[in-house]
Design a binder for this molecule. Structure first.
Ligand SMILES: Cc1cc2nc3c(=O)[nH]c(=O)nc-3n(C[C@H](O)[C@H](O)[C@H](O)COP(=O)(O)OP(=O)(O)OC[C@H]3O[C@@H](n4cnc5c(N)ncnc54)[C@H](O)[C@@H]3O)c2cc1C
Length: 501
């Protein structure tokens, strides 16, 4: 495995560079998708030192008037709390949970296996008629704003769905956002939002130990510059310093689609059709990531009954819809979703006793329109710092005195994220938009839809491939399975040819 950076792990790393003693996850932090992923589960990473820990509650939204909407570990407790906010919503939450109990596992398996998902799809298809048939299919295609309004009366559960949908870059009014919100909210209900004890880097450390225990070798500081191709087949890669590295069976490229097609593989080796289609590849929004070392926990004006590890700050679903539209229009939203991670409240090993390693990110446009300027600009360091100041003011609204607890702060704007990991182009966290037009058979572009590429023996293994961003291991595992299956087939064909010969 060849890794350009000095430390393996991609967007799954932790460090103590904000302040010694405070462990911060440099990029991703909460792993409900990993917890639900058959791929990650099948690796048995616990044998390699991984220990999952969870907060008292998975995810929560502070609401006006000091109330909270929180996903508690037990569905009945979540329902009771939501019912206190708005009578009737408790029963509606339990209805959503019971639907999820029947279709959730098949849905997750269908999403996390290669497209088309034959086995899970057939199981799911068999269940749908008894669960409402076309009416259910319609609901699952609804935009999250509409789904929330149809299923619930109060703002609490609507925000829980919408906030979870806003992790991806699908607009609140776009089809597919409802399913995304429901998926993450229900994973929060069934699996929680677990984190590795000690930091996200422990997940990578377990993967590395497992890989090395099986004979795998990792070279860091090894930037791949080119995929070597002979007669239409990938035969290895060349590093930036010119060193060639042969591949006997396959090359799995965990790089973005634009970095692979027309980058590591020149257009001259690829069909014109792919070049044309890659012209319409769409990146997801950029990201500003902020970390704070605090000398105490967040001083919430009103604390929730159970403290969630993940906290979403958003005043209303309408605000989230406006923020999405602002990002699409090239404006930095004033009141977009702030995703906060109370890491030490989740895993006390992350900070000295009583302290907090606070983690946050929010989405910004890839390029910002500037009045009187012909071309939009990237979000530079200054703007990223201003965005971080805005985030602090937002936290202060719910937790007066927050700023007084800040010992140190680190802001990673889009350019810095990309410098630390070439896949995070302009701060995009998903390897391309998660909007419906770039999902399933259209990911990364129509005509691909699976990890196979037009070059034999070369597979796209990153979040640019189906099913997209998030730490679930499915993109890599799909690519590896495809590579092994083709390799087996080739060997059999070769043997058959020899015996015929
Ligand atoms: C700030 C942030 C917060 C996030 N939060 C969450 C979260 O809480 N939960 C969640 O599930 N997901 C989260 N995500 C998304 C998730 O981390 C990514 O979707 C996921 O890591 C993508 O995996 P990947 O294998 O495609 O790429 P990456 O994890 O980005 O790994 C790609 C690797 O390839 C290396 N590389 C790239 N080009 C080359 C080259 N030419 N030669 C050699 N090496 C190369 C990179 O250095 C990197 O190590 C977050 C992402 C970010 C940035």
């Amino acid at each position: 495995m060849l890794e350009a950076q000095d430390v393996p792990g991609g967007a799954v790393k932790s460090d103590e560079s904000v302040r010694p003693g405070w462990v911060h996850d440099t990029f991703s932090s909460f792993y409900p998708l990993a917890a639900a992923s058959p791929t990650i589960q099948s690796l048995g990473l616990e044998r390699f030192g991984l220990e999952w820990v969870k907060a008292e509650a998975s995810v929560g939204h502070p609401l006006a008037g000091g109330r909270w909407a929180v996903v508690h570990p037990q569905a009945e407790d979540t329902a009771a709390a939501l019912d206190r906010l708005h009578p009737g919503d408790g029963e509606a939450w339990l209805r959503a949970c019971s639907l999820w109990d029947r279709v959730g596992e098949d849905l997750v398996n269908a999403l996390l296996t290669p497209f088309p998902p034959v086995r899970a799809g057939v199981r799911l298809g068999a269940k749908v008629p008894s669960l409402g048939g076309l009416a259910l299919a319609r609901d699952l295609l609804l935009p999250v704003r509409r789904l929330g309004d149809e299923w619930f009366g109060g703002e609490g559960p609507k925000l829980l769905l919408a906030g979870n949908a806003a992790h991806a870059d699908i607009a609140m009014d776009a089809p597919g956002s409802g399913l995304m919100g429901l998926l993450l909210a229900m994973l929060g209900q069934t699996h929680g939002f677990p984190v590795p004890r000690g930091g996200a880097g422990r997940l990578t450390a377990a993967l590395v130990s497992r890989f090395e225990s099986l004979g795998g070798e990792i070279r860091t500081g090894a930037h791949v510059e080119e995929v070597m191709i002979r007669s239409g087949r990938a035969v290895g890669v060349r590093l930036r310093d010119g060193e060639p590295i042969g591949a006997t069976r396959a090359v799995l490229a965990d790089v973005s689609a634009p970095a692979l097609f027309g980058g590591l593989v020149p257009w001259s080796e690829l069909p014109d059709r792919l070049r044309r289609r890659m012209g319409s590849f769409e990146w997801d929004a950029g990201t500003v990531k902020v970390d704070w070392a605090l000398n105490g926990r967040i001083p919430w004006a009103a604390a929730p009954e159970a403290m969630p590890g993940t906290v979403h700050l958003a005043d209303s679903v309408a605000d989230l819809a406006i923020a999405g539209a602002q990002i699409a229009a090239g404006r930095v939203p004033e009141r977009g979703l702030v995703i906060l991670g109370q890491m030490a409240a989740t895993d006390p090993t992350r900070a000295p006793e009583g302290g907090e390693s606070l983690w946050a990110y929010l989405h910004v446009p890839q390029r910002v329109s500037v009045p009187d300027q012909p071309h939009p600009e990237a979000v530079d360091e200054d703007r990223a710092e201003r965005v971080a100041d805005q985030v602090e003011s937002r936290i202060e609204e719910y937790a007066p005195g927050f700023r007084e607890r800040v010992l140190d702060r680190r802001v990673l704007g889009p350019a810095e994220l990309e410098r630390r990991n070439a896949n995070l182009v302009g701060g995009a966290v998903n390897g391309g938009t998660a909007a419906m037009h770039q999902q399933l058979f259209w990911r990364p572009v129509p005509g691909l839809g699976r990890s196979e590429t037009p070059i034999q023996g070369l597979y796209l293994a990153s979040a640019s491939a189906h099913p997209g961003g998030g730490v679930h291991g499915a993109c890599g595992s799909n690519a590896a399975r495809a590579a092994l299956a083709h390799d087996r087939l080739q060997r059999v064909t070769r043997r058959a040819r020899i015996s015929v010969g």
